[in-house]
Ligand binder design. Structure first.
Ligand code: B12
Length: 214
């Protein structure tokens, strides 16, 4: 059986090769991808964050762990998408301008795909104009904004304001998230919804698109 503690440690230690091979093993053994992510991989990144906070890790270690996490998530992505049911709606997602964090956003995008949504991922450090032109081209029901830095949270507000000015705000619902974002902040900046993690993002998106309870 794949050693999940070793997978946790491989992400923690930034060992992308071991993380990928243990993830492959877990996939071959039909380990549930959602529990692999929620019970092993996200806790590993949380520990990385803790070590960074107490100055045992620095940016190079963060980058190595992030690379290991992304590689493992990439392997799980098709499995998350395969669990999907009916196409539930179109979604545009991106990390706001000035912010390069994309692991959580990628996870949200994958889970939304898994939830049957058609997702256009604009990437990280996305300017408001890019969100606006994606709305004009793709006509999504929802725009998802991610921010991981206190200093980039205001870019969510700027993006919403720019959507108003461009006349597209009333065509979509805006869903926000990311570690420093709170439901109060979401309300304050005029977002329509907030999700604390990727699975909540899927239920909130489903509620917005179908009116189903979250
Ligand atoms: C990995 C990491 C990095 C990597 C990012 C790599 C990448 N490709 O993403 C690198 C090394 C590049 C990095 C850089 C920096 N980082 Co950094 N980073 C992290 C770290 C350790 C983990 C983030 C992560 O991936 N978490 C795992 C994912 C799965 O969780 P998540 O992102 O929170 O996403 C979940 C939810 O928030 C939610 N969610 C996320 N987005 C959305 C969107 C929607 C719509 C919804 C509904 C939900 C949702 O669902 C996700 C899944 O459950 C955090 C620490 C932490 N504990 O968060 C610091 C952290 C975010 N970084 C921090 C800092 C300070 C920086 C730098 C400024 C450091 C520096 N001095 O250069 C730079 C900024 C660069 C920039 N301009 O963006 C601080 C931010 C402090 C703050 N509040 O502002 C943190 C909190 C570390 C700390 N404790 O100080 N970082």
């Amino acid at each position: 059986m794949a050693d999940l503690k070793r997978l946790h440690d491989a992400i923690l230690n930034g060992d992308a090769k071991t993380a990928a091979s243990l993830t492959q093993e877990a996939i071959a053994e039909k380990t549930n991808p959602a529990s692999l992510i929620n019970e092993v991989m996200i806790p590993a990144m949380a520990e990385v964050g803790r070590l960074y906070e107490c100055e045992e890790y620095f940016v190079p270690e963060l980058l190595l762990s992030a690379r290991a996490m992304k590689g493992a998530l990439e392997l799980l992505r098709p499995l998350l998408a395969a669990t999907g049911v009916q196409p539930a709606g179109r979604i545009i997602i991106g990390t706001v301008k000035g912010d390069l964090h994309d692991i959580g956003k990628n996870l949200v995008a994958s889970m939304l795909e898994g939830g049957g949504f058609e997702v256009t991922d604009l990437g990280a450090d996305v300017a408001p104009e890019k969100f606006i032109s994606a709305v004009q081209q793709k006509h999504p029901q929802i725009v998802c904004l991610s921010a991981l830095l206190t200093v980039t949270m205001p870019a969510m507000k700027t993006t919403i304001e720019a959507m108003k000015t461009a006349g597209v705000r009333n065509q979509v619902k805006v869903l926000v998230g990311g570690a420093p974002v709170t439901p109060e902040y979401a309300r304050e900046i005029g977002a329509d919804g907030y999700g604390e993690n990727a699975s909540v993002a899927v239920s909130v998106a489903r509620q917005i698109c179908t009116g189903a309870p979250a």
